[in-house]
Design a protein around this ligand. Structure first.
Ligand code: SAH
Length: 432
């Protein structure tokens, strides 16, 4: 227990309301005041509501005042205007998300033990859910959804790749590395803290070894498919683990089909389609490095390279060219990058999604399948479905949703943090 914390009042959360029926009035029970000698962040009246719903972000516009002089990464006590306890959070004066919640428990102390508990909880959850049975590539920590805001840790065989996207994660960097080293015993912990998000958080970019030594070659075996990856130069942490289950689904649907895989990266969907017995697989991406690795992956698995065709092209242009050439496919995958990181980009992103989906639907033979994805946090499930419905209408096809899909279970979504559900996908069958 933190000796500085004394809970002097009965513990109620301030959203507990007591209704006095006789007078038809609602009395709000105040959050307890929790003595703390460190810095305090007071949110404006009314802005405590999202925290009471356990949404883990405090936006700078919601702050009433700050007491003490917290530095980036310091733990602050987040309070309502009356000083009632709401949460412990990591402060970041440079970010629009100026505090990210570590804990809702007044009695919690944010220290190395806390970090240890949170990391071991995340690892235990994955073990209990038996997520490591069919792959040695797995997301071990999924940021806010695992109670560790801004921290992503992906495992690729005996290498871990960490992405520290918040001032809080940055503050506890060494502890996080020590705990991961102790619990997972990797040969290397590699840090890929070089996303654009780091700049928004006022943090320097980093792409380097955090612990151990990086093996010259690295691959995972996912559902029996070998996938080589480059954690230092690849995208994100090196690979898109979130699509694991969806790749498997495409593998099941690919038999005897002419497949088009757009935004193929290192060939994930293409490899499953080849194993699944696709007649041909055309894969398109604008990254030459990704395509090189994709072709190595075909070799690594001993698949027939003659069935695989690769195009280093912009998908928007390539789809138009395929249309003009009158090429047709039976199964098309569209897995573009994040067009709308936030809702502010939704309109522009919607046009881009509609464009590629309209073109994709037109390239399908009757009875063909379109697996279409959005990993944009700024596009909701509903909006995505509406965009695709609009594309089908304009393409003049009747299409049915046969699967609604999302990220694999090692990317859990905290109910109080819907932003965690960034990946959405629809598998459609167009009428025969
Ligand atoms: N489907 C992949 C992940 C795709 S990530 C998998 O399962 O692993 C998005 C990919 O789109 C990246 O490889 C990126 O290089 C590529 N990309 C981004 N913009 C593009 C464009 N305009 N044309 C072609 N490829 C693009």
């Amino acid at each position: 227990m933190n000796p500085k914390i004394h809970i002097s009042q009965p513990r109620h959360t301030s959203h507990q309301r007591r209704k006095d029926n006789s007078r038809q009035q609602t009395t709000v029970i105040k959050s307890p005041v929790v003595p703390f000698s460190g810095p305090h962040l007071f949110v404006q009246d009314g802005r405590e509501k999202s925290l009471q719903r356990r949404h883990p972000w405090v936006f700078s516009g919601a702050v009433e005042r700050i007491e003490g002089a917290p530095a980036s990464g310091d733990t602050v006590q987040v309070c309502d205007t009356q000083g009632g306890f709401l949460a412990w959070a990591a402060y970041n004066p440079q970010s629009q998300i100026c505090a990210r919640v570590w804990s809702w428990q007044a009695a919690e102390k944010i220290d190395a033990d806390f970090i240890y508990r949170k990391i071991s909880n995340a690892l235990n959850a994955r073990n209990q859910l038996k997520l490591n049975q069919h792959s040695n590539g797995m997301r071990l920590i999924h940021g806010e959804s695992d109670g560790l805001p801004g921290l992503i840790v992906d495992q690729y065989a005996d290498v871990l790749v960490a992405q520290l996207g918040s001032a809080g994660a940055e503050r506890w960097r060494d502890t996080i590395a020590d705990v991961l080293q102790g619990l997972c015993k990797p040969v290397c912990i590699y840090e890929r803290s070089d996303s654009d998000g780091r700049e928004l958080e006022g943090l320097p970019k980093r792409n380097e070894i955090l612990r151990g030594k990086l093996p010259a070659e690295l691959s995972i075996a996912e559902n029996g498919i070998h996938i080589a990856l480059d954690v230092a130069a690849g995208q994100k942490t090196g690979f898109y683990l979130d699509q694991r289950d969806n790749r498997k689904l495409i593998g099941k649907l690919a038999e005897g089909r002419d497949v088009l895989n757009c935004f193929c990266y290192t060939g994930g969907f293409s490899l499953y389609a080849l194993r699944g017995g696709a007649k041909s697989v055309l894969s398109i991406d604008s990254s030459a490095e990704a395509l090189q690795l994709a072709q190595r992956n075909v070799e690594l698995n001993g698949f027939d390279a003659a069935r695989a065709e690769w195009q280093d092209k912009d998908v928007f242009e390539a789809l138009r060219k395929l249309r003009d050439q009158n090429r047709k496919f039976d199964l098309i995958v569209l897995d573009p990058p994040k067009f709308a990181p936030t809702a502010a980009f939704a309109e522009k992103a919607a046009r881009a999604y509609k464009d590629i989906n309209l073109l994709g639907l037109k390239l399908l033979r009757p009875g063909g399948i379109l697996a279409t994805f959005s990993c944009s946090g700024g596009i909701s499930d509903d909006l995505f479905q509406k965009i695709i419905a609009g594309a089908a209408l304009d393409a003049g096809v009747d299409a049915q949703i046969v699967h609604k899909v999302h990220a694999a279970a090692d990317h859990p979504v905290l109910l109080s943090f819907p932003e965690g559900a960034y990946l959405k996908g629809l598998v459609l069958r167009v009428a025969g």
